[in-house]
Design a protein. Structure first.
Length: 423
């Protein structure tokens, strides 16, 4: 793809991609040599336009290679200043100032690649209000160590863990693996505001998921801190659920004990995090954990039942009680529970007629995902109903299904093995 041919307004194609928030085109243009620093007639550059457009994902796409080294200090300061100005003035106010329009602004929350951002439209012009996230990302890119307190304040000002500003602050703090940063961030777990505590959990999640070198890894410290957090007590159910969720991805030796201690928690969002704590690398659960999982499989909350179901399926101990629990969940009154549990019951080692029949009953569920799970389960069991079940799915081609779906691949393989000339 070439950026040499200008658009109708005489600007590079890269500018059109920025204005349209077309990340794929912008990335392709940058990879093929488009210049993000090209001086435009109005004194801007494609990179400046990306910053002002307010999409953190677009800025990352257009930033180019080695921006900290490539861009002169004056340009770096200009980019930071523009992002700061848009944030401090407010995206809506700045949009009105630049357009001179006084009509109503249409605001909607849109996805900025992975996270949410508010998009504002007025008089044919559109901006996204992600300038604080852009400022946060640029500061880190240019090796400016923004104070931890400031980054935490930025995150919680968004009020939403899915917001681009929250995510940007979390990412920067997750990358800053100094002992000083760790201490400053984790101190907020005692903050009276649950949103501050929730942000700490998200930073710890980043530490656990994106492991650094042995020298700056905090896996053990994170697991110990999360365990202590639970032991000391967390009043907010959403925060506690997040703590348990991250803890379940560590290798702490007390996971089962922590899980058993929350089986009867009054908040469903907390109980839903218990099943993953009761597993040990997919091995069969211990006696106490098994009893707890069977009880959670009968929980009044559908999400709790579904979570218990996948654990029972992946850690099936071959007992009749677990098989009966899976059958009940595959026939749960909630279709989302049936579909979710079927995904894990399909490949589980249980080959009893009761589980197989329960999967067969889902073949004609209205939702394609549940039907694929059911057919996959029959196929893996080489059940005589498999051929008819596959035919009932209809044509399995993109975009109706993903070409990377393992269930679809298994169906294609099954067909080819039985009829190579007409898969």
């Amino acid at each position: 793809m070439s950026d040499s041919a200008p658009t109708e307004d005489g600007l590079p194609v890269l500018c059109a991609a920025v204005a349209a928030y077309d990340l794929d085109v912008a990335r392709a243009l940058i990879e093929s040599g488009a210049d993000p620093d090209l001086a435009l007639p109005d004194g801007t550059t494609p990179l400046i336009r990306a910053v002002e457009a307010g999409s953190p994902a677009m800025v990352a796409a257009v930033l180019g290679r080695d921006p900290g080294l490539r861009l002169p200090a004056s340009v770096r300061e200009s980019l930071l200043g523009r992002a700061r100005q848009w944030h401090e003035r407010g995206a809506e106010a700045e949009l009105r100032r630049r357009t001179g329009a006084s009509g109503p602004v249409r605001a909607e929350v849109v996805e900025d690649e992975y996270d949410n951002v508010t998009q504002l439209s007025l008089a044919g012009h559109t901006v996204r209000a992600g300038h604080l996230a852009i400022l946060t990302g640029l500061e880190w890119t240019f090796r400016i160590l923004t104070p931890v307190d400031e980054l935490v304040a930025r995150a919680v000002s968004a009020g939403d863990p899915d917001d681009v500003t929250w995510t940007a602050a979390r990412w920067v703090l997750g990358e800053r693996r100094s002992r000083q940063t760790w201490s400053a961030v984790t101190a907020y777990r005692h903050d009276p505001d649950p949103l501050h505590r929730r942000f700490v959990v998200d930073v710890l999640r980043w530490y656990v998921f994106s492991q650094g070198s042995r020298r700056n890894s905090y896996d053990k410290e994170a697991a110990e801190l999360l365990t202590a957090w639970v032991a000391e007590g967390e009043d907010d159910p959403e925060v506690l659920a997040a703590v348990l969720d991250v803890l379940s991805d560590t290798e702490h030796g007390e996971l089962e004990a922590v899980g058993l201690g929350h089986v009867d928690h009054p908040a469903a969002v907390v109980r839903a995090r218990v099943p993953s704590l009761l597993l040990d690398g997919g091995a069969a659960a211990g006696p106490a954990a098994r009893v707890a999982l069977l009880a959670l499989a009968r929980d009044e909350d559908s999400t709790v039942r579904a979570q218990a179901g996948w654990c029972l399926a992946v850690a099936h101990d071959g007992s009749a009680e677990v098989s009966a629990a899976l059958v009940a969940l595959l026939r749960d009154p909630d279709p989302q529970v049936r579909a979710f549990v079927a995904e894990y019951a399909a490949p589980c080692p249980d080959r009893t007629p009761a589980v197989t029949d329960a999967l067969a009953d889902l073949v004609h569920e209205g939702e394609l995902n549940a039907r694929l799970n059911a057919v996959h389960g029959l196929l893996l069991r080489d059940d005589p109903r498999t051929d008819e079940a596959i035919e009932s799915l209809g044509t399995l081609t993109v975009p109706r299904v993903s070409e990377h779906d393992h269930r679809v691949s298994a169906i294609w393989t099954w067909r080819w093995e039985r009829n190579p000339s007409n898969p």
